[in-house]
Design a protein around this ligand. Structure first.
Ligand code: CNA
Length: 290
């Protein structure tokens, strides 16, 4: 029972929510449209470094790539000057090098249960797709390696062509004009994919917003966290408090700090989905862990 949580009755302050309250709301059918925003943190348990974690993040470990400063690797002027650092980084993310983990499968379970309104991801590793979440439920806000575009004549090509070159350390060239081909990953300053516009309909419809593994530092993605209605619980599951949930919290925010795998497993347990989760993991990974 989530007494004192479902509404204020128009008088006074709403009671603060806990992770358990949100889990009970979902269990009770009170949140049929779960909206999710994720970032690089959800893939660190798969072995892919995030950007900003001190020590382990990409930004702390880019010396090997011969770039003037970390962000240069995702900047077009630098890519035109020298595409090799980005291509070397891309090669590491080749599909199949990494596998989805328990967090991706938790999101897949949300979808299987008909609760996932949409998953907005900043990640470019493709692990949401690999976990079995259909493309229609995904907004890959910073693009993906599924397709590529010539930087000169704008001819598009399938991601497979890009990989064929990158895997043998060859700079991908357009077969028509010989321009450099770039995968459809959004670099700094580039427009986001058209599908990002879905946020205009999705966010006002959400019953709960889950935010997992992101520093909420990259715009316009970060500001989506403010686009749900004020009455909608926002649940941040992350190592640290970030973005608007840290500097401009709302009364129905829940901030669950700590390790993501641990927190997601706790949420799964509170939802009463532990057995289903084990079954799904066993089916998908062949073992009962991530
Ligand atoms: P970020 O800025 O590196 O933030 C990651 C957040 O996750 C930080 O707040 C971390 O503290 C937190 N975090 C990391 N691991 C854990 C963990 N195990 N438990 C709890 N919290 C954890 O990354 P953002 O996604 O916010 O930044 C957006 C960038 C990152 C996008 O443009 C991505 O394309 C880019 N990126 C993507 C990947 C990927 O596709 N896997 C990897 C690295 C960077």
């Amino acid at each position: 029972m989530v007494s004192g949580v479902l509404g204020s009755g128009g008088s006074g302050e709403r009671q603060k929510l806990s992770l358990q309250d949100v889990a009970e709301l979902i269990r009770a059918g009170g949140c049929p449209r779960v909206l999710v925003m994720v970032g690089a943190g959800i893939s660190t348990p798969s072995g892919i470094p995030d950007f900003r974690s001190p020590g382990s993040g990409w930004y702390s470990n880019l010396q090997q790539y011969d770039i003037p400063y970390p962000e240069a690797i995702f900047e077009l002027p630098f890519f035109f000057h020298n595409p090799k650092p980005f291509l070397a980084l891309a090669k590491k993310l080749y599909p199949g090098h990494y596998r989805p983990n328990v967090i991706h499968y938790f999101l897949r379970l949300l979808h299987d249960k008909g609760l996932l309104l949409r998953l907005y991801t900043q990640n470019i590793d493709g692990l949401e797709r690999a976990s079995g979440i259909p493309a229609s439920k995904l907004v890959e806000a910073h693009g993906s390696f599924a397709s590529a575009t010539c930087t000169v004549c704008r001819r598009t090509s399938p991601g497979e062509n890009f990989w064929a070159d990158v895997l043998v350390d060859r700079v991908p060239r357009c077969s028509v004009c010989t321009g450099i081909v770039k995968p459809d990953i959004v670099f700094f300053g580039e427009p986001l994919p058209q599908r990002f516009l879905l946020h205009v309909v999705d966010f006002p419809m959400a019953d709960v917003l889950l935010i997992l593994g992101t520093s909420l530092q990259v715009e316009p993605f970060a500001s989506l966290s403010e686009a749900v209605r004020n009455s909608v619980p926002r649940v941040l599951i992350n190592r640290d408090a970030v973005g608007p949930l840290a500097w401009c919290p709302r009364s129905r925010d829940v901030v669950q700090l700590g390790d993501l795998v641990h927190s997601v497993e706790k949420l799964v347990e509170l939802l009463g989905w532990t057995e289903e989760m084990k079954d799904l993991l066993q089916r998908e990974t062949g073992k009962a862990g991530c």
